[in-house]
Structures are given as structure tokens and as C-alpha cells.
Ligand binder design. Structure first.
Ligand code: PLP
Length: 443
């Protein structure tokens, strides 16, 4: 097993200055001295200074199988040299094939798939469909949830750190349930927590004048810090939603494709007897190529009363990448690998950091692991600890992510699903060292 690289000053002042001069201030950029990644292979990436990193964030959970996977690169090259683009006005074989595979995997009966180019646009489309289907612009979303950056997506984002002030066209009510360990129901056991959240949902529905179109929810909140209610929460919600004719949209942008190990879709952990009315996906399916989409039963998908197109959605190049990537994922049982290696990673990280009071909780499932940090010796959330840990992990040669409710400090670990045991152990070693440094520094 090779040691992780201890990095040197990975920074390009000229490029950073040019970036700042021409790109928006609100485009989040990691690290005091941001790095420029130039290439990758497997679970590793290299920066422009030649430093090698173990990638524990996968381009925000998007490099799902591995970096520079030959199967995907070859499929892209093959299609790109024949035809880059044709549009949805013409029949497109890779688009039909990928839609068939995703429809079958979704579990949604009589499923239809619409391809977009991002998770934001996928959620936007799901909200358009739900509001058109139910003829109402009133929706439910989860506190601390994140669904993207468009006009409608920020209107259902319950994490103010990622929802700029806007005059969203939606009337949104926010439900409790995503954050289990803090908030008004934190002292309750699992059953009590679910019952309290269901009562809250019922209360909200009683206060509306009927006509709520949908609930949009992430099975595990991603940007919100890899946190979720107890298993069974969404199943309990589903019963109430059904009573009121409210559609359930499961945002699987981060949780889809076996990321959570035990299940192919995140909603399945919640014990619902059937699939959601719609699920949205993006990120991992293209392994970096821009594919997003919505799966809905035909009745909902076909409710729009005007023609539509998607100029770039369903591009033959991205669809070919998706087919190759999905094929690789299934043939190599990467969801099973996520379960095994992710389980080991969580267990080792818990054990290794048990004595560090900066670590409040190591949580997660599969390869979606959150580490919640607090000021040492207190229960106060510590964004400072998270910022320091991110830097220290990079210096040790591991890239991770951050997240959580505003004012909190949660580290996010989400490597490609092909992570090996040796790489997981190496990552735990580096992260533990980084957290120990932060722990002693903040005391
Ligand atoms: N939904 C969830 C759960 C996400 O995590 C994200 C992005 O992080 C989005 C939607 C938006 O996806 P995109 O950035 O592809 O627009």
C-alpha cells in the first residue's frame, strides 16, 4: 500500500485571480488556496502541482465508478467521433436504451424517463409535472433539504446556506424529519421521532387549503450533512400523502445507483411498500458526463398539455457514457462493494476517532458517510473545525467534502463506489490524523 502524498502548496495564483475576476462570488470554492485538478485514475486525482490525492468526494458524488474508467472513456470517444448531437427531435438509440434500463431499475410501474442535464433541472421538471398534475403550486419540502439552484429548486431548498433570497413561484411548507440528532425531536427514540414528524406533516396539511401538489425529499440529505430520519420515516409519510393525494418525489441525485450500499435507491431504506410517484437522478449515472432526469409513472409524466424538447438532455454522447457506466456498476456489483467497504470505513473511522471530542458522530450508510464535528469538550457545532479538518485532510493527501445545516461542521465522505479496502484504511488513517490535529488545535 503506497503512502498518501503529503502535499506541497497546490495553488495557481494567476488562475485563481482570473477565476475571481470572471466567475460569480457565490460559486463555492474549496480550500484557503484552491487547487486545480488535472487528471485522475481509479480513486485518485492529481493537481497541477503534481500532488496525488485519494478522492473521497468524487467530484461531489459524481465520479461513481472510478476516474478515467476506460469503459466510459471509450464509449464517449466512440460516440463523439460518429455524432456529438442530434436533439430529441430524432430517434436516439442510446437514449432509448438508457431510459429502458433506468425505467426497469426504478421500480415505478409504467415508468417514463425524461433526461435533463443536471439534478437541478431534473427537480425543476419533477416540480413542473407535480404542479401541473395537481393544478397547485403548493408543495412540501424537508427542513435542511437541498434540491438545486434554479428558480424553483431554491424555492424548495430548506437549508438557508444554499437557498439565496428569491421570489420562488412555489408556495412551500417545510416538514421536520431530515435531521435526527438535533432539533425539537432529538430526544425521542426512533418510533417517537417518526410519530412526531408525521404529526407535524398532518398539522401542515391541515393548515393548507387542500391542493398540495407534492412532497420533495432526499432519502439521505446530502448537502445537509449526510443526515436522515430513521428508516421508515418516508414510509410513514407516504401513508399520509396518499390520504391527501399528494405526490411523493424522491430526490435520488446523491442517493441513487447503490451509493447507500444496502439499496439501489435511497427511498428503499425507508420501508415504503411501493416506489415514489417520481424519482429524480443525476450525478453518478454519467460518471462526470452531465446526465440528469426524472422517472415518473406515465399518467404523471404525460400530464403536460404542450409540446416540449430538451436540446441537450439525452445527448447520444452522455447517454453512451451512462450506459457504459451503469453496465460497469452492475457487472462489478459496486453497490455491494459500497456496502462492504463503506461498512468497514464507518466502523474503522468510528473506532479510530472515538477518543476525539471534536467528533460528535460518525454516521451514514454505504459510501455516504458524515462526520459531525463540535468544538472540543462541548456540544456546539463547529464550522471552524470542519474548515480546519478539510485543510488537514488535503495536506495528508485526501480530498473530502463539507456540508450540514448552516453554522454546523459536517465532513462528507463519498468516494467512488469501487473503493478498495486498502484505500479505505489509508483514508481512515489520514482522516484520523487530521481530526486529531484539529482536536488539539481547538482545545
Ligand atoms: N438534488 C440534490 C440532492 C443534490 O445534492 C444536488 C446537487 O448537489 C442537486 C439536486 C442539484 O444537482 P445539480 O448540481 O446537478 O444541478
Amino acid at each position: 500500500m503506497s503512502e498518501p502524498t503529503t502535499t506541497t502548496t497546490a495553488v495557481h495564483p494567476a488562475l485563481l485571480d482570473r477565476h475571481r475576476a470572471v466567475l460569480p462570488d457565490w460559486l463555492a470554492l474549496y480550500y484557503r488556496r484552491p487547487i486545480e485538478l488535472t487528471h485522475g485514475a481509479g480513486r485518485h486525482v492529481w493537481d497541477a502541482e503534481g500532488n496525488r490525492y485519494l478522492d473521497f468526494f468524487g467530484g461531489i458524488l459524481t465520479t461513481m465508478t472510478a476516474h478515467a474508467l476506460p469503459e466510459v472513456a471509450d464509449a464517449v470517444a466512440e460516440q463523439a467521433t460518429r455524432m456529438l448531437h442530434s436533439s430529441t427531435l430524432y430517434l436516439n438509440r442510446p437514449m432509448v436504451e438508457l431510459a429502458e434500463r433506468i425505467a426497469a431499475l426504478s421500480g415505478i410501474p409504467d415508468a417514463r424517463v425524461f433526461f435533463t442535464t443536471s439534478g437541478t433541472e431534473a427537480n425543476d421538471t419533477a416540480l413542473l409535472l407535480a404542479t401541473a398534475f395537481r393544478r397547485s403550486n403548493q408543495v412540501l419540502a424537508m427542513r435542511n433539504g437541498y434540491h438545486g439552484r434554479s428558480f424553483s429548486a431554491v424555492g424548495v431548498t430548506g437549508n438557508s446556506g444554499w437557498a439565496p433570497t428569491s421570489l420562488s413561484p412555489l408556495r412551500t411548507l417545510y416538514v421536520h424529519g431530515g435531521v435526527r440528532t438535533r432539533g425539537p425531536f432529538a430526544e425521542l427514540d426512533d418510533a417517537g421521532f417518526v410519530a412526531a414528524c408525521v404529526a407535524d406533516l398532518r398539522d401542515l396539511l391541515a393548515q393548507t387549503r387542500g391542493g398540495v401538489a407534492a412532497l420533495i425529499a432526499e432519502p439521505v440529505q446530502g448537502v445537509g450533512g449526510f443526515t436522515s430520519g430513521p428508516d421508515g420515516l418516508l414510509a410513514a409519510f407516504r401513508e399520509v400523502l396518499d390520504e391527501h393525494g399528494v405526490l411523493w418525489i424522491s430526490d435520488e441525485v446523491q442517493t441513487g445507483w447503490g451509493r447507500t450500499g444496502d439499496h439501489f435507491w435511497g427511498w428503499q431504506a425507508h420501508g415504503a411498500s411501493g416506489p415514489p410517484d417520481m424519482l429524480t437522478f443525476a450525478k453518478g449515472i454519467g460518471n462526470g458526463m452531465s446526465i440528469g432526469g426524472v422517472v415518473a409513472r406515465a399518467e404523471v409524466m404525460n400530464c403536460l398539455d404542450a409540446n416540449s424538447i430538451s436540446t441537450f438532455g439525452g445527448s447520444p454522447v452522455t447517454m453512451s457514457a451512462g450506459l457504459a457506466n451503469l453496465g460497469y456498476l452492475l457487472e462489478h456489483d459496486l453497490p455491494g462493494n459500497a456496502r462492504r467497504v463503506g461498512g468497514l470505513l464507518i466502523e474503522r473511522l468510528r473506532a479510530a476517532t472515538a477518543g476525539l471530542s471534536v467528533v460528535r458522530e460518525v454516521r451514514g450508510r454505504g459510501l455516504m458517510i458524515g462526520v459531525e464535528l463540535v468544538a472540543p469538550g462541548t456540544d456546539e457545532p463547529s464550522p471552524e473545525a470542519a474548515a480546519l479538518a478539510l485543510e488537514a485532510a488535503r495536506e495528508g493527501g485526501v480530498l473530502i467534502g463539507r456540508g450540514g445545516p448552516p453554522g454546523s461542521g459536517v465532513l462528507r465522505i463519498a468516494p467512488p463506489l469501487s473503493l478498495t479496502v486498502a484505500e479505505a484504511e489509508q483514508g481512515v488513517e489520514v482522516l484520523t490524523r487530521a481530526l486529531a490535529t484539529v482536536d488539539s488545535r481547538l482545545r
